[in-house]
Design a protein around this ligand. Sequence first.
Ligand code: 5MM
Length: 340
Amino acid sequence: MNLSALNTTALAMVTPGKGILAADESTGTIKKRFDAIKVESTEQNRRDYREMLFRSDGMKYISGVILYDETIRQNAADGTPLVKLIERAGCIPGIKVDEGTRPLPSCPGETVTIGLDRLADRLTTYYALGARFAKWRAVIAIDKDNIPSMTAVHVNAHALGRYAALCQAANIVPIVEPEVLMDGDHDIERCFEVTRRVLDEVFHELRIQRVALDGMILKPNMVVSGKSCPEQAAVAEVAERTVQMLRECVPAAVPGIAFLSGGQSDEDATAHLDAMNRLGPLPWKLTFSYGRALQAAPQQAWAGKAANTPAGQRAFSHRARMNALASRGEWTAALEKEAA
Ligand code: 5MM
């Protein structure tokens, strides 16, 4: 294991003014996204869409791209591997290595993320294909009182620890993603309490499994009100509670924290990140690793038509730039109005 190379890669992933593009939708998830814009989810359409993003000007605001197994092996229309397009844009290729979630026995409504079997071999293959970081997402359901169970928190944290240790042994930086969902009518306090419990357990497992904290990136949810909670916390409260929770749980040795957007609106995801970065100095870099909050706009603008490629690229570049500004605490709502 080359600890210094892992640390160098992790620091590059959270370079101020840049963030991570989560383009690792599994085939089922990208189909849902394409259904929404009435585009058939064929291998070629998936390739064309992602090629559009990787060739866009907005890549200058991106440090790394999380790919799906299909994408890391695909070539652009002119035969260039998509991985090469990403590298030429100055970005680091990464790979999603979890294999999705399965119901957790005896824990109704909760899941465990799978994919540890043969993971060491898969990581060797992905390294050869160009991946220098990986991602594993644990999904934690939440309600007002009983969920998550101790079981769900424990098994998911344990799996994140196993995954992270295997990644580092393969010289791949693990993105550790424990996502407490936004779905539900719980308030922001409940989200704070549950997310803190989850992160405590995750870091406990990372230590037990001897993961080098300076060679990883954390990808958490922000502390927000549940989507259907009647009282929605304002931007300043989300920023303060999230930073407080991170200060309590995340050791300063971790180089950076790259948030997921989790179903927030595009502008909320940007405003929250910006407000947190204005609360500095902080022990770690705070940036984005957004899927939906970077891609919803370009998907709408593209709508599966080659003629819309420039519009799709402009929409993506605009969101990437807004979030890059937020990663420095330099975003303003007025900038949003600039033509996408
Ligand atoms: C891009 O979506 C990722 C993959 O999801 P599936 O495995 O369900 O297909 C997802 O893990 C994503 O990387 C994170 O949730 C961040 O994306 P959002 O949309 O929450 O910013």
